[in-house]
Design a binder for this molecule. Structure first.
Ligand code: PGA
Length: 234
């Protein structure tokens, strides 16, 4: 069984989400399917999928204009939240320390964080890929986690670019993450791969050791693109 998550980013509408939910109803799969949608689309009856958000405040309540707390996400039945996505790190200056606090806030509210780590092109070219991944996991995962979490490895240079690392590079990254999680007492935590996953590469990517599923951006917006990814693996 694999974990297939869509990240709609700032796209879609409630009508588009309803179209996706209706299309997913008849899909024959045992895989876990999650749609991480803009806040305004949460609260829908997602049928066989679960809904998640794309960010959460590290604060619980109070004078933080524009922010949304984990308790508020739970109030609209969100089951997951992406934290530390590359675009949050790039455009909003989020650091591993901030991501860890957001993940902790989600866990405290009973929401499963999907914690993103990954290297930029500069870091890759400087030979720092493995160091960035390992410090990303060690610093972005809260201490003493006693609830489910999910990790997503997203090479930041490959997101939305139609580029993917080689199978060997993905295997090396995922093995490092699995080993790091094990050393933190978190063996068995699902580790997703994300960045330019499509219907024509999803099965191959999910056959790589320690790849427990995928986090899909652009190809999660339309049923014709997303469903073939979900059904590409048993
Ligand atoms: P992409 O995005 O599939 O469009 O590359 C992935 C992501 O940003 O999560």
């Amino acid at each position: 069984m694999k974990f297939i998550a869509g990240n709609w980013k700032m796209n879609g509408s409630r009508a588009a989400l309803q179209t996706m939910i209706d299309a997913l109803r008849d899909v024959d799969t045992k895989n876990t399917v999650v749609l991480c949608v803009p806040y305004t689309m949460l609260g829908a009856d997602a049928g066989r999928a679960a809904l998640g958000a794309q960010d959460v405040s590290m604060h619980h309540h109070g004078a933080f204009t524009g922010e949304v707390s984990a308790e508020m996400l739970r109030d609209v039945n969100a089951k997951y939240v992406i934290v530390g996505h590359s675009e949050r790190r790039q455009y909003h200056g989020e650091t591993n320390d901030m991501v860890r606090e957001k993940a902790a806030a989600a866990i405290a509210a009973g929401i499963t964080p999907i914690i993103c780590v990954g290297e930029t092109m500069d870091e890759k070219q400087a030979g720092k890929t493995m160091a960035i991944i390992e410090s990303g996991v060690r610093e972005s995962v809260p201490e003493n986690v006693d609830a489910p979490i999910v990790i997503a490895y997203e090479p930041r240079w490959a997101i939305g670019a139609g580029l993917t690392p080689t199978a060997d590079e993905i295997a090396a990254a995922h093995t490092l993450i699995a080993d790091t999680l094990k050393s933190m007492g978190l063996a068995g935590t699902p580790v997703l791969y994300g960045a330019s996953v499509k219907g024509n590469n999803a099965a191959e990517i999910m056959s790589i050791p320690n790849v427990d599923g995928v986090l899909v951006g652009g190809a999660s917006l339309k049923p014709d693109d997303f469903i073939p990814i979900i059904t590409s693996v048993k």
